[in-house]
Design a protein around this ligand. Structure first.
Ligand code: PLP
Length: 388
């Protein structure tokens, strides 16, 4: 294969070799169903592995192990909390459909779940977010109503990386009698995520964003009585989430959480420096470029820039030809030619949104990758501008 500089870690990351090695036996000799642990020695092995993974994830987010419920990933966790918690609080507190607050720039797992609730008669407020890409807690305060049952604001945005004041927003939610959820898919194992410091009742995370496997994640649930099950089935996960455990995936998630926690301080410093170096180099070599969203309140692994006078599609294709993989928006919408809903929601016009690219980094990103991108991208931009 030709040289590939992968700068799309916000879309997904490779499974770390140590994670893969830890998962391997659970596909083969340790294949048993963990729910059979009461009468089976092989079931016991699988059960122990699942519980060890639960402890490792709990340690990453500062929760108790029994507050970690395994799911199939960020999308399921987001769907579950919106539907399961809003329905339960509405039925038990209000005896009728209540009100949910979220933000216009959320991931579609949240936005489309909110729209589904709206179709069923629930009320939803979508908070507007300005150019900084940061939700103002006062806007949440003003949106609160007596029937608000849940506030769901993401910890960091997946396209522009901006970090939200979750602890402050959680206080607003709780003062108004609502529960608080945050989608931490882009922050877990990248910046400090502590459910008690954040003051959240629910938190979603996904293994494949920090060198774990795809198709496995968690919902942190502070109180098991605060939401209805989303997947009804057997008694797995305290009856909150049916289906035979994805043991290998869960083991991989646990190992990735353990490694992520160990590496976090070093990676935070390293990736922040790499990101800033790339931006400084690009800005010195390309005129009329600007970051989308606040540059300081941002996860270290994200750089989102708009480059006046170019269209992101041909630029991304040309970068791909040169071996640099990046993105125009989120991976889930990569087939859409529409401008990113995140960029338009923070006030970019269509032209600005279509001239923006997201470069995102991970544990595998090296100094050489950054230098190569900083060398190659300016030439491609000059060429595309000359063709325009
Ligand atoms: N939430 C955010 C912020 C994301 O970035 C993603 C993935 O792109 C998801 C949710 C969905 O996670 P998963 O791919 O595990 O379903």
């Amino acid at each position: 294969m030709n040289k590939v500089v992968y700068l799309d870690s916000a879309a997904t990351t490779p499974v770390d070799p140590a994670v893969f090695e830890e998962m391997r036996p659970y596909f083969t000799e340790r294949f048993a169903n963990p729910m059979t642990f009461t009468h089976s020695s092989v079931g016991e092995l699988a059960h122990t592995a699942v519980e060890e993974a639960r402890e490792r994830v709990a340690s990453l987010i500062g929760s108790k192990p029994d507050q970690v419920v395994f799911t199939s990933g960020g999308t399921e966790s987001d769907n579950w909390v919106l539907k399961g918690a809003v329905e339960r609080a509405s039925r038990e507190r209000l005896h009728k459909p209540g009100h949910l607050i979220t933000a216009e720039f959320e991931h579609h797992a949240i936005l489309h779940s909110a729209l589904a609730l709206q179709r069923q008669g629930y009320e939803v407020t979508f908070i507007k977010v300005g150019r900084s890409g940061i939700v103002d807690p006062d806007d949440v305060r003003h949106a609160m109503r007596p029937n608000t049952v849940l506030v769901s604001i993401m910890h960091a945005n997946n396209e522009i990386g901006t970090i939200q004041p979750i602890a402050e927003i959680a206080r607003v939610a709780h003062d108004g009698g609502a529960l608080m959820h945050t989608d931490a898919v882009q922050t877990a194992a990248h910046i400090a995520v502590d459910v008690n410091a954040l003051g959240v009742d629910f938190l979603s995370l996904s293994g494949h964003k920090f060198n774990g496997p795809k198709g496995v994640g968690i919902l942190f649930v502070r109180d098991h009585e605060s939401l209805y099950p989303f997947i009804d089935g057997g008694g797995q996960e305290w009856g909150l989430r049916g289906s035979t455990h994805n043991v290998a995936g869960i083991v991989g998630l646990g190992k990735a959480a353990q490694l992520g926690k160990q590496r976090l301080p070093g990676e935070l410093t390293r990736l922040t420096a790499l990101r800033n170096r790339l931006y400084d180099k690009l800005a010195s070599r390309i005129d009329r470029i600007a970051p989308n969203g606040d540059m300081r309140q941002r996860v270290p692994q994200n750089l989102n820039i708009r480059i006046e006078g170019i269209d992101n599609e041909p630029l991304l294709l040309a970068m791909n030809e040169a071996g640099i993989i990046a993105a125009g928006g989120s991976a889930c919408n990569a087939q859409e030619t529409l401008a990113s809903h995140v960029l338009t929601s923070i006030g970019c016009d269509l032209k600005e949104a279509k001239s923006s690219i997201r470069l995102s980094f991970g544990y595998m990103t090296t100094d050489n990758d950054i230098d190569y991108a900083a060398e190659v991208i300016p030439g491609l931009v000059r060429f595309l501008r000359s063709m325009a």
